[in-house]
Design a protein around this ligand. Structure first.
Ligand code: ARG
Length: 360
């Protein structure tokens, strides 16, 4: 393994500037170099790990919510590797992060992977997700999770007797080098929000719902030459993630034609803008429902304005913001938000959170 010392050095300089440890980073850097050269994980203190995780968020080119990077709560659980214990920690993570609706951005960091030791893994894409049941040519639920649903069933998961489009999936946790195990969180642990509309009374009859907190499990925390494949994290939603993608995409819940018909629109004529009008009402419903349920959510205009502030903060700190335009620009009303007009480059910085390669 090579030691691109610059990255590690940058991280330590940054940590020192943030007051993570007293004194200069030089001796600390030497300690890091020695550990990494010996094929060990970087010897983060809990404070350094928390700082590295916050920098990983700050460097996440696809995230519009990074104004809040300093507020990330980091649960250092590097000593936890047993699947049962991981399960219990994930339950605590959800409760602490959901916080009764006042969502707190949170990451739990489990044991890292080293050249000699595999790490545990949480095979779910997110802790909360809805089953997708394929049968014949039709699909009930979230198509995105069809393959995972089949894996869970193969491992022994029994779907509810009456299957719905919104059945929460179990968790699949794999100890280092062990067979995957199924765990089912208690009902109620995952808070959900039924979707209704402030003025369209029929909207609630669609029976749509979504969960309060996305907790991503399949991204790897990369920091100081060390990989943490089990480092689940999440914060509050931006409304369009649900209203303009999860419930709207034709290959997800595909609700725009349903909503447009209930609105009495002519769905034969694209130029009638029925998709656009349905999108506005669906997104109005999502924001309204989360607010009514007391679950924190941000609309895409506010989130875009916050991203512009984040960008200004970064410029003032002498840093270019690393950002992926196609991910930052919201999936509706793009040009009506200021981020549309901001040039962006993905600088591939470290620390970072990057997709985990598919498990074999
Ligand atoms: N887009 C993903 C979803 O709809 C969640 C990604 C993380 N989003 C967040 N607001 N923290 O489930």
């Amino acid at each position: 393994m090579t030691i691109p010392g610059d990255e590690t050095a940058d991280f330590l300089q940054d940590a020192a500037a943030a007051g993570v440890f007293p004194g200069g980073p030089d001796t600390r850097l030497e300690t890091y170099r020695r550990a990494i050269a010996a094929g060990k994980a970087a010897p983060f203190t809990s404070g350094e790990l928390a700082h590295a995780a916050r920098l990983a968020w700050r460097n996440s080119a696809r995230c519009i919510g990074r104004l809040h990077w300093r507020s990330l709560r980091v649960r250092d659980r590097r000593d936890v590797a047993d699947p049962k214990a991981i399960f219990q920690e994930l339950c605590l993570h959800l409760t602490e992060s959901t916080n009764g609706g006042a969502i707190r951005p949170t990451m739990t960091v489990f044991a890292p992977a080293t050249p000699t030791q595999a790490s545990p893994r949480i095979l779910n894409h997110q802790l909360a997700a809805y089953a997708g049941y394929r049968s014949g040519g039709t699909l009930l639920g979230d198509p995105k999770n069809a393959a995972f649903t089949e894996t869970a069933i193969r491992l022994g998961w029994r779907p509810p007797a009456t299957q719905t489009a919104f059945d929460l999936l179990p968790w699949i946790i794999q100890g280092a080098g062990e067979a995957p195990q199924l765990f089912t969180p208690d009902t109620g642990l995952i808070q959900e929000v039924p979707i209704s509309h402030p003025t369209l009374g029929w909207f609630a009859e669609l029976g749509l719902r979504w969960y309060a907190v996305p907790v991503i499990c399949d991204m790897v925390l990369h920091a100081a030459e060390t990989e943490f494949p089990a480092a689940p994290f999440g914060g509050w939603y931006m409304g369009t993630e649900i209203g303009a993608r999860n419930l709207a995409d034709a290959d997800r819940y595909n609700q725009l034609p349903v909503i447009a018909r209930r609105m009495g629109l002519d769905t034969k004529t694209p130029a009638a803008l029925w998709k656009d009008r349905a999108l506005v009402e669906l997104n109005t419903a999502v924001l309204h429902s989360y607010q009514a349920a007391g679950v924190r959510i941000v609309d895409h205009h506010t989130a875009s304005a916050e991203f512009m502030r984040f960008n200004e903060q970064e410029l003032r700190a002498g840093r270019e913001t690393s950002a992926a335009w196609d991910w930052i620009v919201p999936p509706m009303s793009g040009a009506a938000t200021p981020v549309f007009h901001l040039p962006m480059r993905d600088l591939q910085l470290r620390p970072n959170l990057l997709p985990r390669p598919e498990p074999a």
